[in-house]
Design a protein around this ligand. Structure first.
Ligand SMILES: NC(=O)c1ccc[n+]([C@@H]2O[C@H](COP(=O)([O-])OP(=O)(O)OC[C@H]3O[C@@H](n4cnc5c(N)ncnc54)[C@H](OP(=O)(O)O)[C@@H]3O)[C@@H](O)[C@H]2O)c1
Length: 226
């Protein structure tokens, strides 16, 4: 039996990752602040309360799960960075909202990776996935969304570093962009439905090989420009 750990597992893309892996018969360690969204989903699902910026809580969970081998760890929890405070617009930056965006999108995934690296390294599949965004691409930048873009660019760099540092352990580190998807964050005008994004990402994750270590890719498996 394979095991996946998902952060932000009870809403949006994370909830659908939970549903998809549960339907495939995986053991799902569903980490979410509130379990409400997980109610009624059938399968081997284990809810763990987790605020990803509570780094003591992250370490405590890693200890609690020390007997687990985690085949796929998906750092999915994220924030858009707006918080209704005009924090993304030149002329009205709000450092406190920037810090929060970086805490959730950049620091927390790295703390998760650090806390759970051995759980992943001892598994069969050994895959460490960051849900990033094309908005973090320096090569594809058209301005705006400063905090969100910068947080995801930094996340990409972290995953590139992890790919180098964990190569010897055989861990495959990939930064994965879900597409622009109709969730609370993506909004109703996004080009993809959750059904068009998440099953495709699950398939792409399934097909990852050691040669994919350190790649920045889209939900359909195509490479993205850094
Ligand atoms: N949707 C898109 O178009 C799109 C595009 C590119 C990248 N992404 C990325 O995809 C990931 C998921 O986004 P989404 O579209 O599913 O957004 P969403 O619908 O807004 O869901 C965000 C998820 O992150 C969780 N979360 C936020 N802050 C957290 C915290 N401090 N601790 C624990 N969980 C926290 C939320 O949990 P609560 O329910 O507890 O708030 C929720 O499960 C994010 O990393 C996002 O940047 C999305």
């Amino acid at each position: 039996m394979s095991t996946v750990l998902i952060t932000g597992a009870a809403r949006g893309l994370g909830l659908d990752f939970t549903k998809q892996y549960a339907a495939k018969g995986w053991r799902v360690l569903a980490c979410a602040r509130k379990p409400d969204g997980l109610k009624g989903i059938k399968g081997d699902i284990h809810h763990h309360a987790l605020e990803v910026t509570d780094y003591k809580g992250v370490k405590a969970l890693a200890k609690e799960l020390s007997a687990e081998a985690i085949d796929v760890l998906i750092c999915n929890a994220g924030v858009g960075g707006e918080a209704g405070r005009g924090t993304q617009t030149l002329g009205s930056f709000d450092p406190s909202a920037w810090r929060h965006t970086f805490e959730v999108n950049t620091f927390a995934p790295l703390m998760m990776a650090e806390a759970f690296v051995e759980h992943v390294a001892r598994s069969k599949q050994r895959k460490l996935i960051a849900i990033t965004s094309i908005l973090g691409s320096l090569a594809n930048n058209n301005g705006g969304r400063y905090a969100y873009r910068a947080s995801k660019t930094a996340l990409n760099m972290e995953w590139s570093c992890l790919a180098k540092d964990l190569e010897g352990k055989g861990v495959i580190c990939v930064a994965l962009h879900p597409g622009w998807v109709q969730t609370d964050m993506g909004g109703p005008t996004a080009t993809l439905t959750i059904d068009q994004s998440v099953p495709s990402m699950v398939k792409v994750i399934e097909g990852l090989k050691p040669s994919d270590n350190g790649r920045y890719i889209s939900y359909d498996g195509s490479g993205l420009p850094w």
